[in-house]
Design a protein. Structure first.
Length: 197
């Protein structure tokens, strides 16, 4: 089973806030200063009984001369490689920035299943702010408040729809062992049949 979700976006849009909400932790540092998250951050979450891994990434600054920003960019590329689904976060209150367009392009190039969440939509009367973000060309676009949790249900329903469910009561390790066993098992039976003939 893979089920790996990477949260990506430019700095300060609320990636770590969402990561903490999904993983039920305070592991990722949330701060109003940009560029706080530098390394990839791994956590575990589940929604409606479907388990998945979450990767929090640093805010992407494309084409920057700053060595730290270049390092963060590398980390994000690695997270995109590792994940099978990408969650692109933008800041609904600030509108589309050129950096958002760069990140959108990076995600498109990856060819991976992706979702766009317009964050900081804390109240229903802010939903009109969503409008301009459809121009980024993501079919699956959701309003979100990572701070108060609004919108996370619909977003997660869509994200886990393609994730594989681990059978109830069977730990992931068991599922892996079982999968390994079955092919080995068939090989042994085949060899024994051949030996007996
Ligand atoms: N109003 C509002 N503020 C939010 C929301 N989500 C995050 N914030 C605030 O936005 C700021 C940045 O949040 P982070 O979660 O650190 O953002 P990030 O994308 O991880 O930032 P970097 O790690 O620097 O890339 C913090 O001050 C958060 O409290 C939200 O849904 N609504
Ligand atoms: Mg962060």
């Amino acid at each position: 089973m893979r089920n790996i979700l990477a949260i990506v976006g430019r700095p300060n849009v609320g990636k770590s806030t969402l990561f903490n909400r999904l993983t039920g932790s305070r592991e990722a540092i949330v701060d109003p200063t940009s560029g706080v998250t530098r390394d990839r951050h791994y956590g575990h979450s589940d929604w409606n009984g479907i388990e998945f891994s979450v990767i929090d990434t640093g805010g992407v600054m494309i084409g920057s001369d700053d060595v730290f920003e270049q390092a963060i960019h590398k980390q994000v590329e690695l997270a995109i490689e590792e994940a099978d689904t990408l969650l692109f976060i933008v800041d609904g209150r600030e509108g589309i920035s050129p950096l958002d367009e760069d990140v959108a392009e990076m995600i498109r190039r990856s060819g991976k299943r992706s979702f766009l969440a317009v964050n900081k939509i804390d109240t229903p009367n802010m939903e009109h702010l969503m409008g301009e973000f459809y121009a980024l060309g993501f079919g699956m676009t959701f309003p979100l408040s990572a701070s108060n949790g609004a919108g996370t249900g619909d977003l997660l329903d869509a994200i886990v729809a393609d994730f594989k469910q681990v059978a109830e009561g069977s730990p992931r390790r068991l599922a892996k062992i079982h999968r390994g066993w079955s092919s080995e098992c068939w090989k042994i039976i085949l060899y024994q049949c051949l030996a007996w003939q």
